[in-house]
Design a protein around this ligand. Structure first.
Ligand code: PSU
Ligand code: MN
Length: 305
């Protein structure tokens, strides 16, 4: 057990750590900044339930009054879903949030940093942050990429959000030494769509194969990230030609209103959801659920070997 004074565990996570049972970490930025109420709250509960159904323990991670809470309580999940003042916390913000006693919803980078402190090796999310399409002007590249590279953990996602520059994001993941593979498909997925038009560096067909590669990586290197891209189930996907005009319109609106930095991702997600009449949100929920399910299978496999 980790005795780091900044960490607090929910009772189920505490038990699972003591008994060395499989655990899947979940981020909270997707709840507090990524989805509107009440869908965010329903999704938070659904993800935890999906993980429990695989005999794994969910650990939804956030910062509560200046402590890293690994395994939020039902009341805390409700609070993170409804309070508009919960801050978006990436990896660099954690010490500040703790020192100032904030409540904060962790992004993938923030959640991975906390999961590592708690010795949790598998995380499920929707889409990771990456290199934004206007990178050459803004230099906006999500902190997720560096943190994924520096954490020996498996991040299960549905690729990078299609609002990003997917080929540049893939290039950067290679530069940073991250193992990247797509589950049961050839192409790297584009979040709402199964295919991005870009080949994935690896195709991964089984949970056994994923676990074996991770184990070997862990034996060789103290820090190497592993990104497993899990395409959205076909019945919930939004074809690229349908979503792309919505993305272009949302990016244009963001530019006109000078939306930048931390606000950009939540702004674009919200705009896309409006333009697609809720279809983006529906797909988003389905793909994360699918990722939580795969992450739990991987965590189970890892704990059995
Ligand atoms: N995926 C979603 N919704 C989200 C995010 C991802 O479907 O809200 C969040 C994640 O927490 C991710 C973050 O880590 O957006 C990336 O934000 P930025 O581009 O500011 O690094
Ligand atoms: Mn950014």
């Amino acid at each position: 057990m980790n005795l780091n004074p900044h960490l607090e565990f929910g009772p189920a996570v505490h038990m699972a750590l003591v008994e060395k049972k499989p655990i899947v970490a979940l981020e909270t930025s997707i709840i507090s900044q990524g989805m509107p109420y009440p869908y965010n709250h329903e999704t938070a509960l659904l993800l935890e339930e999906t993980i429990r159904q695989q005999d794994c323990t969910p650990a939804t991670i956030g910062i509560v009054e200046g402590k890293i809470k690994v395994g939020l309580s039902p009341d805390e999940l409700n609070y993170f879903s409804t309070d508009g003042d919960v801050k978006k916390i990436n990896n660099r913000d954690i010490p500040v949030a703790l020192e100032r006693g904030w409540n904060g919803a962790t992004t993938v980078s923030g959640t991975l940093a906390c999961a590592r402190l708690a010795s949790i090796e598998v995380l499920a999310t929707g889409g990771i942050g990456g290199i934004h399409r206007e990178f050459s002007e803004t230099h906006d590249m999500s902190a997720d990429l560096h943190q994924i590279a520096n954490t020996t953990a498996i991040t299960v996602c549905s690729g990078a959000k299609a609002i990003l520059d997917i080929p540049k994001t893939l290039e950067m993941l290679e530069t940073l030494g991250v193992i990247v593979g797509t589950y049961q498909n050839e192409e790297f997925p584009a979040f709402w769509s199964r295919n991005s038009g870009y080949q994935s560096p690896l195709r991964l067909d089984t949970v056994e194969e994923i676990s074996a590669i991770f184990r070997t990586s862990r034996q060789l290197f103290s820090e190497q990230g592993f990104l497993v891209a899990n395409p959205i189930p076909v019945e919930f996907e939004i074809p690229r030609n349908i979503i792309e005009p919505f993305i272009k319109a949302s990016l244009a609106k963001a530019r006109a209103q000078n939306i930048k930095g931390k606000e950009l991702t939540p702004y674009l997600l919200n705009s896309l959801n409006e333009l697609s009449l809720g279809q983006c949100l529906k797909s988003n929920i389905e793909l994360i659920k699918n990722n939580a399910n795969l992450a739990a299978q991987i965590a189970k496999k890892l704990s059995s070997i």
